[in-house]
Design a binder for this molecule. Structure first.
Ligand code: COA
Length: 170
């Protein structure tokens, strides 16, 4: 991380559920709105039914990475961010979504998660990766542009669409 802290990026695992609960407790309403496009209260975000689903990867259609920090003294682990690449329907471009804990935003984690998701897409041979971004979310638009995505406004959906063609000629 930009402050020198060491963190690990790895795929999410079913046993991460308690760490994901703690991660959600760190999020501001603004971050939740930017990620889900609407408000979703903590109780709903950490329901067991939902977390079982989101901590389990269906590798045929998605990849989810977490950033984990381990306390050097206590050995306790903490999730600082989650990035997900999901293909909603066969043949569609996979979509990214990133969420970084408020206290550690602007330390490079969002960029690193998106960079790694692009690598995942590339190794899977996908042609294009997309992301839908709330228009006032200038941070996610900047991160996407820094990694080469084009970001355009879609008047029909009233969102910004970030797009990166990763297979030449696609
Ligand atoms: C948007 C988000 C993923 C960005 O991740 P991050 O780790 O905070 O961003 P990074 O540290 O990688 O940012 C890299 C650069 O992007 C730009 N940037 C990032 N956030 C910004 C912001 N809020 N305003 C302006 N520029 C921003 C800056 O140029 C930054 O470099 P700098 O800090 O040296 O100036 C994170 O803030 C977040 O989780 N927000 C809430 C949820 C969300 O918006 N998810 C996106 C859904 S698609």
């Amino acid at each position: 991380m930009k402050d020198g802290t060491e963190a690990t990026v790895r795929p999410i695992r079913p046993e991460d559920e308690p760490l994901v609960v703690r991660f959600h407790e760190t999020l501001s309403e603004r971050s939740v709105y930017f990620r889900y496009f609407h408000m979703m209260n903590l109780e709903r975000r950490i329901s067991h039914e939902r977390l079982t689903r989101i901590c389990f990867i269906d590798y045929d259609r998605e990849m989810a990475l977490v950033v984990e920090r381990k306390d050097a003294v206590t050995g306790a682990c903490e999730i600082l961010g989650i990035g997900r690449l999901t293909r909603l329907r066969e043949g569609d471009a996979p979509e990214f979504a990133i969420l970084v804990s408020d206290q550690v935003q602007r330390l490079g984690l969002g960029t690193e998660l998106l960079r790694r998701l692009v690598e995942v897409g590339r190794s899977e041979g996908v042609a294009t990766i997309k992301g839908y971004i709330v228009p006032e979310n200038v941070g996610m638009q900047a991160v996407s542009k820094n990694l080469g995505f084009t970001v355009t406004y879609s008047p029909e959906e009233e969102v910004m669409v970030a797009e990166l063609r990763i297979r030449p000629g696609a």
